[in-house]
Design a binder for this molecule. Sequence first.
Ligand SMILES: *Cc1c(COP(=O)(O)O)cnc(C)c1O
Ligand code: SF4
Length: 389
Amino acid sequence: MVDELIDWDNFENDPFFILNFPQREMLSAQRFQRVAELLKQQAPKTVLQEEVEKIRLELNPNPAGQQQNMPFFEGQQLRGIQHKYDETVLFFPSQGQTCHAYCTFCFRWTQFALNEFKFAMKESDLLVKYLQSQPQVTDVLFTGGDPMVMKTKIFEHYFNALLDADIPHLRNIRIGTKSLAYWPYRFTRDADADDLLRLFERTRKRGVNVVLMAHFNHPRSLQTPAAREAVSRLLSAGVQIRSQSPLLKHINDRSEIWVENWQEQVSQGIVPYYMFIARNAGAQDYFAVPLERAWQIFRSAFSSVSGICRTVKGPSMSTNVGKIRILGVIERNGEKHFALDFLQGREADWVGRPFFARYNPTAVWIDDLQPVPEEPHFFYEEDLTSMTA
Ligand SMILES: *Cc1c(COP(=O)(O)O)cnc(C)c1O
Ligand code: SF4
């Protein structure tokens, strides 16, 4: 990041600098002041820490109801698993809960900073047993942190446990990672890089796809020789790579960046997958792009690339109820509305049903949206009430 990506001649405006180095404006002036005062008074360290902890807890440390996604299985809560959508189980290996670098927008920061929120599970046998009990699951998604911080030996342990269990419904092992942007050497010159690629190859030969859910915020991170080599080695090992990123002010809030992103990805053999809306957590105010503008950026980029780049879905909000896409702003009866649909839902039946919300030009998240006047609720809210009951 420091040597190959940040443009130090113009670092204040450099997307990679802003992505890695906290900016004063990422805290509200009032919160900044609370800490600044304590520092000025040379307050004791414990007092300072307490204030910092308070501020962290004010920044929505656990968005989208993640705690409620941990399944209860054989008499215990599985803290290293989240299972929200029928087909895909998230697995948080305990050795993979740190990252190569820390993104200033990340909602997963509680994983690193607040131990009581740490989802982690060493026991691969519990993972296997859980999967065996869930015949509708086709995908396991290793996530973190960034699981690619793990040594190949640890991947071997988990992958072998999954493969040896011979789970007939398991089709895809996905790995959510930023390593192609942050540390492409993981797949090239790291001591165990070759072993890792061989493990991926073996997995594929045993009938399970390995899919890298690669996180790229900016096309430049794909254009280094190291990233190109890593992508090419992964593809040669039979790994599929799909890409996702949030849309972020100060980083990538122009449609040309997305055009370049998707075109570069497709040239290298990567499939564009998701464009997300910045979550309602952490430094959201700093990074947020209004929903209408997000849709305009998406549409403008989407309409200027060829069909093979249009595998991308978005812009999508990962909310408590599901992944909600902004289909666009539309006029009905002379009034503007948002048209939305679910790309993923807590209920599979919610997916793909268009619905409307009242137009709100400043909305940046689902919480800012209201149903249209003739409908008291969004259609999914009744199902949700009965589910939580
Ligand atoms: C996004 C997400 C998934 C994966 O969804 P796909 O649409 O299949 O990529 C799984 N679980 C959770 C909690 C997610 O947010
Ligand atoms: S690499 Fe991913 S999990 Fe890690 S800090 Fe960045 S966005 Fe968060």
